[in-house]
Design a binder for this molecule. Structure first.
Ligand SMILES: [Cu+2]
Length: 284
């Protein structure tokens, strides 16, 4: 099998403020803010389990998902509102029908890793109870969380002083589709992805194979994914509820790309991509 993605590397630059010495005999000593290194949480996927910590610290967190060589997986971060437990969520999801409960909040996560590759997405996590879930279905139609890809995560303590990196570009997801705030240049990019729509959305960044377009990628998907995929994953988020945002670290070489939301549309169950959540863009 041809490998269809390169591992994303992360580079977070932390700038520290230094005090300026004044002209006077007693130099002004501005306090230097405490800056903590960003917390990197390693999550490995396999058929059908996550390897992940049980507990992490609150604050700015980078999820580094390393994909196994089997089926495609993602890491959906779900925050459980106070008074609800992981077991409550498992019981709701086991019903296999209806929308997820409103107390289970979709905060995004890591997505779009080719088999054997790694991708990174960062987000701010408040202390509380969470679940990590993979809801991608297998060929038998059963979502992976029904096969074991679901585990609790506890976020403890108070937020660290890790610096939130400045995005290179912002990607807005709305009812009218995807929109970048500006052109996307080649290189290791920090893409702030935010959802302004009432319904949850995800984005997967795909570098298109020669001759492929976002439309032909969608055709490949809805026609049963016959043959090799016409592109390779470059990262993304999982479902984000309205107002939530993630920072996707994407390693972008020049070429043609597509943004795709594969989530089933609540109206007809077809992918949101078939309802306009699909965009071609070029990286130069
Ligand atoms: Cu999975």
């Amino acid at each position: 099998m041809k490998s269809w993605a390169r591992a994303a590397a992360s580079a977070v630059v932390i700038s520290t403020l230094t005090a300026c010495a004044g002209e006077s005999d007693t130099p002004a000593q501005e306090p230097v803010p405490a800056v903590a290194a960003p917390q990197v949480v390693e999550i490995a996927t396999s058929d059908f389990a996550f390897t992940a910590p049980d507990s992490i610290g609150a604050g700015w967190v980078t999820l580094r998902m390393t994909a196994g060589t089997g089926e495609f997986h993602h890491v959906q971060v779900v925050r459980l509102d106070e008074g609800h437990t992981f077991d409550d969520l498992a019981a709701e999801l086991a019903k296999g029908e209806g929308p997820p409960p409103t107390w289970a909040r979709a905060l995004g996560g890591a997505n779009g890793a080719d088999p054997g590759a790694a991708v990174e997405t960062s987000l701010m996590l408040e202390p509380g109870n969470y679940a990590l879930i993979c809801s991608i279905p297998s060929e038998d139609g059963m979502p992976h969380f029904m096969k074991g890809m679901m585990r609790p995560l506890t976020v403890t303590g108070t937020a660290t002083g890790a610096v939130v990196p400045t995005p290179d570009v912002t990607l807005t997801m709305s009812d009218s589709g995807f929109a970048f705030s500006g052109p996307v240049a080649a290189g290791m990019r920090m893409i702030r992805v935010e959802n302004t729509a009432a319904m949850p959305h995800e984005v997967i960044i795909i570098k298109l194979a020669d001759g492929a377009t976002a439309a032909s990628l969608l055709s490949w998907l809805v026609e049963g994914m016959q043959g090799p995929p016409p592109g390779s994953g470059r990262g993304g988020t999982v479902a984000l509820e309205q107002g939530a945002w993630n920072m996707v670290h994407a390693d972008l070489t020049p070429g043609n790309y597509a943004l795709v939301d594969f989530m089933p549309n609540p109206v007809d169950g077809r992918p949101n991509a078939a309802h306009g959540m699909l965009l071609d863009f070029t990286v130069e």
